[in-house]
Design a protein around this ligand. Sequence first.
Ligand SMILES: NC(=O)C1=CN([C@@H]2O[C@H](COP(=O)(O)OP(=O)(O)OC[C@H]3O[C@@H](n4cnc5c(N)ncnc54)[C@H](OP(=O)(O)O)[C@@H]3O)[C@@H](O)[C@H]2O)[C@@H](O)CC1
Ligand SMILES: [K+]
Length: 404
Amino acid sequence: MWSNKEKIWWRIKAMFSDRRIMIRFEIIDENTKNLEEIKQLYFDAFPFEERIPFFIMVLVGNDRGVEFLSIYDDDKWLGFIHTLVGDELSYIFYFAIENSLRQSGYGSKILREYKKMHPRLSLAIEPVEEESDNFKQRKKRLDFYRKNGFETLDTRVVEMGVEFELMGAKGMEIKERDYRKLVKKFFDSFEQKKVLSVKEMRDADSYTIANFVDSKELMYRAGEAIFYVGDWNIGDKVLVVAGSGNNAGDGYVVADLLNTEEIDVEILLIKDKFSEDGQYYFNICKQNGIKCNVLDESMDYSVLLEKFNSYDYILDCIYGTGFSGKVKEPVYSLIKAINDSNASVVSADINSGMNGDTGESDICVNSDITVSIGFLKKGLITNEASKHIGELINMDIGIVIEDK
Ligand SMILES: NC(=O)C1=CN([C@@H]2O[C@H](COP(=O)(O)OP(=O)(O)OC[C@H]3O[C@@H](n4cnc5c(N)ncnc54)[C@H](OP(=O)(O)O)[C@@H]3O)[C@@H](O)[C@H]2O)[C@@H](O)CC1
Ligand SMILES: [K+]
């Protein structure tokens, strides 16, 4: 016979196992309370090569064919799901469950609920290959999705340079063309085709900061965008060459992101002078132990050339939209040495030395990639500028133009 105490215990247990799990989804936007927690989980769950900037997730989330949702069991936060939604199929781009809840069975329950909303659901996993260093993890993921009614479709795709294998709900056929259309539409939505003068761009920056986004957050987004576009890998040596304004500030954000991903990065300051937000991110770099030097003006062109040749990447953050007039020494020789070096060059916002309205210059940095921030500047799309730019990419960071 069971004692009363035991009976009560069993009743409580039954109550809990009986409790219906109530999976619900909530739209994520910039007002979501635990945005920082979501961001942290995103960073923990996905390596940097697979991540798009978080602000893009929020900016493009729940718009332009994207669904970015926080997941709850009643009031308990479980994780998030980010899906590209199309007419032909829906494709899970990111799905992550809070660390302490992995292996809890929630994953299956969430997918079951989510599939009710998106019957033609697909996703991609890293192919299960014995030689891969995370073989066990890959196998576990494959087993997890198989258990939940997905099957591999023998289609390999490459996203952000990483190879994946497509999976779809059992019995469903996916046309590779439909998948590609969906992903292309998503990546295209990061771009902004509008072209502004330098003054219009600077006005839009100020208007956005005054009304919508804190200036440090905006700088962080700019840095995240540049970090995302750059093709750096672990093992590369990167030098951030920094001026004294906010363009340099973008560079300090990139430096810190590179350092966090254990990519070897150093900063070369043209002078020991900072904008307010630049100083803020520079201090973070210093706190995190990033090596930093101020340009020694006795270093001539040949010494600089030798120095620059020892890096794989140079990030050009000398001048952005705040540049006017002509490039003077010692920056003139420094730019010449960057251009003659073997390093690949990424220019932040505008190639330093280039007039952002006309694309003209006496001398300017020649870049492999220029990552224009917010909107394209008129000068960047001129024939003159194209002589100095390998690839031009504009990143929308949520800058708003005032409606006048
Ligand atoms: N908060 C924002 O608005 C956001 C801005 N963003 C980013 O900031 C960039 C604009 O930053 P900015 O306005 O601080 O100007 P910036 O291009 O860094 O250079 C200014 C300095 O350059 C110098 N200088 C100029 N001409 C010179 C010459 N002929 N010869 C020599 N020096 C010359 C002069 O230095 P000084 O002489 O004062 O030492 C001046 O102070 C923008 O392109 C984008 O990348 C993003 O983060 C998004 C948020
Ligand atoms: K620049």
